[in-house]
Design a protein around this ligand. Sequence first.
Ligand code: NAP
Length: 252
Amino acid sequence: MSRPLRLLILGGTSEASALVAALAPRRDITPVLSLAGRTRNPKPAAVATRIGGFGGVDGLRDYLVHERIDAIVDATHPFAERISANALEACANERRPLLVFTRAPWPQKDGDRWIEVEDIEAAVAALGIERRVVFLTQGRLQLAAFARAPQHRYIVRAIDRPDAFNALADAKLILARGPFALIDEERLMREEGVEYLVSKNSGGASTYAKIEAARRLGAKVVMLRRPEAPGAESVTGLDAALDWIEAHRPPP
Ligand code: NAP
């Protein structure tokens, strides 16, 4: 019998939660879930959890060594560029196997009215100079940029109250945690008179309903393109992630 595999899961996504749920009952794998600490009350996980940054690449390297981590699954959000780059570098330096467990981006479908943009400044510009009702779902860290376009009315949805919310002149805050059902997204967008939705192209099922609702209502979507994926081995399904973990057990 080989010893249990010590697996570090970089989380904060539904992929990480699904992996944790699949691994929690296993005795032959000892996972540690790592969260950045952005959400004030994260959902409790069924495995050991650490919260907070590692302290850059060097901090992550130290963590891998001191915690005797055998393998790492980077299941962070596709827009979490820094931690993924750090994981790639730390794993290369410490010769630890790394898997990126992610989701495919959403494709644009018939009836979608997307304006694809590279960054948040371009997203603000894409809303134009006329007053619009804009539903902001791109995340609270990029909220402040919209204060530079005070002509719009903003509907902001976030898990916790964003620090930059008060900087928006005309805005409504909705505190909620997904997943959201299509019927609710459609009702919300219709009641608020949403003309533009701002979203990252996150991919995955849990936040797709707003994209479908925008299509049904004829609303435009300002879609932030994904940053380039890190150059590590990557899978998009839970089974493939579990197969990879199986193949990286420590030798007996
Ligand atoms: P980021 O810009 O790539 O990372 C910034 C720093 O936060 C990293 O350098 C690292 O600090 C720390 N960090 C990030 N993820 C971590 C993790 N899972 N465990 C420990 N430290 C972590 O990340 P972000 O875009 O702010 O995202 C933060 C977290 O929220 C991620 O876990 C991500 O999965 C989740 N999330 C992000 C988005 C998004 O749109 N970006 C959406 C949903 C969920 P040190 O350098 O000190 O190690």
